[in-house]
Design a binder for this molecule. Structure first.
Ligand code: ATP
Ligand code: MG
Length: 251
């Protein structure tokens, strides 16, 4: 048991959740390492949702509402960390979830599917009956009703090469990635530099506000959105945090 008084309580709880899902065959060992990199960036960012993250989250919700064939791609880390929230977002937006794994086995796909169902998800695609050309690892296996034909793919915690391939296939890509330097962050159309455990609840609140907005208002949000500026703000924020802490050491 982690005592709630521990200064890193939230972060330790999240680690517990991931370890638990590794033991249940939902998350891969590699997912633990990927999480560690994300945690390090979250630490540098001060573990809050900054204005640049909220701006990207809002643009993401607008794009998902406006899309013709949107899909939300779920991997083992996403399922471990935010299964209930991602199910809620999917239901609120009426956008199906697709289980898509870097380390794909039929057993893991089925476990994640069941985990999402138990968390309240409505529509889940997990057929793996289509192939995204130009990619040579398991993430090329997709569902013909989902990622394969989607115009907008919301894929939190994506890897860089797949993100680039989704772009080659003409799709708009929204991602969540705490590392503003990653290839994913740079290749995506909308990069949410925020912890997924904060990003999805923020987006749920925004859906409730934006669901009834006019198309012109949603278009306006997207027209004003600039992903390079968002990434630049994220890097500036890390810089400022480090400079401040370094100055404080010398005071
Ligand atoms: P790329 O291939 O895009 O350069 P990478 O190889 O550096 O990325 P991956 O291992 O493919 O990284 O994916 C892990 C990414 O997910 C990391 O960049 C990490 O910052 C991010 N990440 C991990 N956990 C979280 C989380 N809880 N919330 C948001 N981002 C996270
Ligand atoms: Mg990668």
């Amino acid at each position: 048991m982690i005592p709630p008084t521990h200064p890193r309580y939230q972060s330790l709880l999240i680690r517990e959740r991931l370890v638990n899902c590794v033991n249940r065959g939902i998350t891969s060992y590699h997912g633990l390492i990927a999480h560690g990199r994300g945690e390090a960036f979250d630490y540098l960012l001060g573990e809050v949702s900054h204005p640049f993250a909220l701006e990207a989250e809002k643009a993401a919700v607008c794009l998902l509402i406006l899309a013709d064939h949107p899909i939300i791609s779920v991997n083992g880390n996403c399922a471990a960390l935010v299964s209930e929230d991602i199910a809620k977002l999917s239901n609120l937006l009426d956008i199906p979830l697709e289980v898509n794994l870097f380390h794909r086995t039929d057993a893991r796909v089925e476990k994640i599917e069941n985990h999402l169902k138990n968390s309240g998800a409505g529509r889940i695609y997990a057929r793996g009956d289509a192939i995204l050309e130009d990619l040579d690892h398991d993430r090329r296996v997709v569902d013909s009703r989902g990622i394969y034909r989607a115009d907008v793919v919301f894929v939190p915690l994506e890897d860089g090469d797949r993100c680039e391939v989704l772009k080659i296939h003409g799709k708009k890509v929204i991602t969540v990635d705490l590392n503003p330097l990653s290839r994913t962050a740079r290749a995506a159309d909308i990069t949410i530099v925020d912890n997924i455990v904060r990003a999805i609840p923020n987006m749920i609140k925004m859906v409730n506000e934006l669901k009834t907005a006019d198309k012109s208002e949603l278009d306006g949000v997207l027209a004003r959105y600039d992903n390079r500026r968002v990434l630049s703000y994220a890097l500036e924020t890390i810089n400022e945090n480090l400079n401040r802490i370094s100055r404080e050491l010398l005071e």
